[in-house]
Design a protein around this ligand. Sequence first.
Ligand code: FAD
Ligand code: UDP
Length: 370
Amino acid sequence: MKYDYLIVGAGLYGAVFAHEAVNAGKKVLVVEKRPHIAGNVYTEDVEGINVHKYGAHIFHTNNKKVWEYITKFAEFNRFTNSPVANYKGELYSLPFNMYTFNKMWGVVTPEEAAAKIEEQRKEIKGEPKNLEEQAISLVGRDIYEKLIKGYTEKQWGRDCKELPSFIIKRLPVRLTFDNNYFNALYQGIPVGGYTKMVENLLDGIEVRLDTDYLKNKQELDALADKVVYTGPIDAYFDFSLGTLEYRSVRFENELLDIPNYQGNAAVNYTDRETPWTRIIEHKWFEFGKNKDGNDIPKTVISREYSSEWKPGDEPYYPVNDEKNGALYAEYKKLADKEQNMIFGGRLGEYKYYDMDAVIASALDMAEREL
Ligand code: FAD
Ligand code: UDP
């Protein structure tokens, strides 16, 4: 065999595993069906701005091992995610904190804010039964109506009364002046873009772009002892048990001839009428500067729309419901029977992985395998 490992997919999982395999003295070939590396974290340079082509990616983790690992391949800047909510032209700080409460109610002290929330949450008696009740019981009706209801219904395409309450529980509620969206020890954006970071992971490794493994399976399988597959698990089995579903999102990108469109990387449109959920202004992930440290005169914005996924669309977020979970479990049984095949990553394991989790998972696999 020419290679020890054939790695299908040049996303984070594939790139980390490939790097580790080569470090362990293995011969590796990476194939990627897209015309570029980096999978969904791919960034593209437009007028000096690193545009997050498949959706905004903010690296955040509490995992020290992952942080120490990934910072070998990129320097991270001090970007802290603090989105702004725009409700019919009124602007509020996110996540819900003292700035938000002050703007909403004019309260000044944490005690006043807590009293206001307490007064409003009383309308919910007993255990919250759905997202609406959970939201009101966390932050009260005013915030629910202006900052949660419209956004959530656009994002999920369903009424808040029909959504499970856990979705909203992960949003922090703080009685402090802290706009940091993530409760993470480490956070930032790789200076120079994610593509450069993945390039560094794949340094010296043979990568064939525009190569679909499933269309060239026999010929590619013949090249390597083992295959690490990071594509969709149902596609590998030719959808024989049915199609796994995804939640999709559509991006509309625009290059504008102005230096500053919204003054922040992310603005959420929390009313029901605006058709997009949020607008990303990419330059603010790197403080509006190009790689030479100069101000960039133009700007790129992306409007994000939630859309119903149908087979053939870009698979973004796995749907963690019972039906899809059960179907995945059936595919997993088939996968376990395959000889010399490893299924990994967001699509290979049909799992909602953040970047840090996918890196941890690839490192884990490398440790067991190599
Ligand atoms: P992917 O990046 O999808 O890589 C898989 C690769 O395999 C792709 O390049 C694909 O083209 C290739 N492939 C598939 N089939 C084949 C085939 N048959 N032949 C050859 N190649 C194939 N995480 C965070 O930590 N922070 C964030 O802010 C964040 N934001 C996100 C926003 C969006 C819209 C989405 C969808 C995800 C976000 N994530 C975020 C998650 C992050 O994108 C993933 O954790 C990460 O990209 C997963 O890496 P992966 O290698 O498993 O998958
Ligand atoms: N959410 C909201 N208003 C906002 C931002 C988030 O109501 O301005 C809700 C929405 O229901 C979302 C959930 O909070 O699904 C979790 O937010 P997160 O940012 O984690 O969104 P996700 O990762 O689901 O896109």
